[in-house]
Design a protein around this ligand. Structure first.
Ligand code: ZN
Length: 209
């Protein structure tokens, strides 16, 4: 049961941002940020930015807190329910960090699943998005990690995850296309194998207005 203990510890850390920060080497980030400021030609002792390394360190501890959390703990509570039709949670706002540039990307996740005998609390679905988004990420992996967890660990009959996000590494730098929205999807089980089910799911997932 050693693994169970670890999970409990992680759970506590995530509920308490102070403890999550304790798992991150804050002084090391502070030193690194100070070096970045010097490297770009700033004076790190200038009054306005003197506290910036400390602030950035605490911010990173928060933005990457998902690295110290365990998604499986949100699956601990499921309910027996004889419902074998679609369950959908749409417009789950999230923000994450592009692992290529350490720039934020943010948007909405939409999740659909067909229970395989057990249903999840809706808030747990939103928590799954948080756990996987609060780490260095790419949107493609974020999408499939959520779908795989539902498919492999909750044993849903089918699931679909669609994520729409704006990447600041694309809007603020590089090609600078502020209106470009990246859309990714991951489909598992019967929603993947049945064309009719997939069409119905996608229509409900992406319904506008
Ligand atoms: Zn990027």
């Amino acid at each position: 049961m050693a693994k169970h203990k670890t999970t409990r510890k992680k759970a506590t850390a995530a509920r308490n941002p102070g403890q999550a920060a304790a798992r991150v080497d804050l002084p090391r980030i502070e030193r690194a940020v100070r070096q970045i400021l010097i490297a770009v030609g700033e004076n790190p002792d200038r009054e306005g930015i003197r506290e910036t390394p400390r602030r950035v360190a605490r911010m990173y501890a928060e933005l990457f807190s998902g690295l110290h959390d365990d998604a499986e703990r949100y699956l601990a509570t499921t309910f027996n329910e004889n419902h074998h039709e679609l369950v959908i949670l749409r417009d789950i706002a999230f923000n994450s960090m592009c692992e290529h540039h350490l720039m934020p990307f943010e948007g909405k996740a939409h999740i659909a699943y067909i229970p395989g005998g057990r249903i999840l609390g809706l808030s747990k679905l939103a928590r799954l998005v948080d756990v996987f988004s609060r780490r260095p990420q790419v949107q493609e992996r974020l999408t499939s990690q959520i779908a795989d967890l539902l498919s492999d660990r909750v044993h849903v009959t089918g699931c679909a995850v669609v994520i729409e996000a704006v990447h600041t590494c694309m809007t603020c730098r590089g090609v600078r296309k502020p209106d470009a929205v990246m859309v990714t999807s991951a489909v598992r089980g019967v929603i993947r194998s049945s064309e009719a089910t997939r069409a119905e799911t996608m229509a409900l997932l992406l319904r506008r207005g």
